[in-house]
Design a protein around this ligand. Sequence first.
Ligand SMILES: Cc1cc2nc3c(=O)[nH]c(=O)nc-3n(C[C@H](O)[C@H](O)[C@H](O)COP(=O)(O)OP(=O)(O)OC[C@H]3O[C@@H](n4cnc5c(N)ncnc54)[C@H](O)[C@@H]3O)c2cc1C
Length: 379
Amino acid sequence: MDFKLNEEQIMLKEMICHFVENEVIPTAREIERQREFPAEFIKKMSELGLMGMSIPQEYGGSKTDSLSILIVIEELARAMPSLGVIFSVHSSLFCYSISKFGSEEQKRTYLPQAAKGKILGAFSLSEPEAGSDALALKTTFVKEGDQYILNGLKSWVTTGNNADAFIIFAKPKSDLATKKLSAFIVLKDTPGLKISKVEDKMGLHSSMTSEIILEDCKIPANQILGAEGQGTKIAFHCLDYSRIGISAQSLGIARSCMEEALKFSKQRQAFGQNISSFQAIQFKLADMATLLDASRLLTYRAADLFDQGKSCTKEAAMAKLFSSEAANKIAYEALQIHGGYGYSKEFFIEQLYRDARVLSIYEGTSEIQRIVISRQLLR
Ligand SMILES: Cc1cc2nc3c(=O)[nH]c(=O)nc-3n(C[C@H](O)[C@H](O)[C@H](O)COP(=O)(O)OP(=O)(O)OC[C@H]3O[C@@H](n4cnc5c(N)ncnc54)[C@H](O)[C@@H]3O)c2cc1C
């Protein structure tokens, strides 16, 4: 494995760093504090061609390798974790799943709009009683003539109330015991689809997470993604991919925590010296940097396997498990280094600490990643 960035990736990194430094960082924390959706940033990202990074050129995108997408997610998450997850869900779950499993007609209809940021995508698998056990979901579909009718309650939809289209997973009404889900592309203004509530979350305040009610929601039959019963395969394949994206989000948040801790430790004085001169602080910084580098290696390895078209279920789960837990440890220690100031909203670390917490929960909890890894080992 060669993890040196190539020329295109270096240029992309410079471009995204420039965007983040000049356009995101100056206002991100205030937007987050106001719990506003970062619409202006998304618009600018669309102009820069970032929203189509998992869409082939023939459908208006700027398809790149996974590492390039990870570079973007990491940089966005470093400055504004909410923006990182909005981008990650749009690219790795919505656009990627249509690019990979969509019909020619679906690709031509949705992808060019998604690449321009005119369609912002969401991915709706979870339900109030089906999170880790996603195959226990209860949303149903019935086929009637040339349409499908969906009914159910979906929860925890990232970008829910700001999304223009959703990939929604359901089961046939006649067979709720089946493990074979089906996936549908549903536009936000479809009659029968209603955003019922926006979660009042601990962090990621600019990434709204919503509940969706489907009440006799009728969609044309050609909006099924793949074939009936193929949804489980679609969900699991796309989650392998997007878990690497959450690892990159973990890298971004962890890196920001490191930077804040380093900066603070070199400025804060105690007992007549900078706290960075204490070995106890130095050891924390050393452990944080080691965790961060190990996270990066696992993340890049999974992406490398994915790009080679090899199975990366185990490696993606390892990357997500390790990086998300590491980001939480790093956030904890970075806040500790800030002492009482870390507990104040005046300091960025307070937000990063809250935003890091969800990393080991969404797109499969750490416990579920361990199940995925051990299943692969014991196969
Ligand atoms: C901010 C946010 C955004 C999200 N965005 C999306 C989204 O865009 N789309 C979407 O579909 N979902 C989304 N989710 C849902 C997320 O994927 C689920 O919350 C997650 O999978 C866990 O499910 P749960 O919350 O129902 O917890 P549960 O499944 O009820 O788990 C509760 C606890 O039990 C543990 N547990 C469960 N089963 C086992 C087991 N077999 N062995 C050991 N431990 C177990 C879990 O690890 C966890 O600690 C989001 C969640 C959050 C918080």
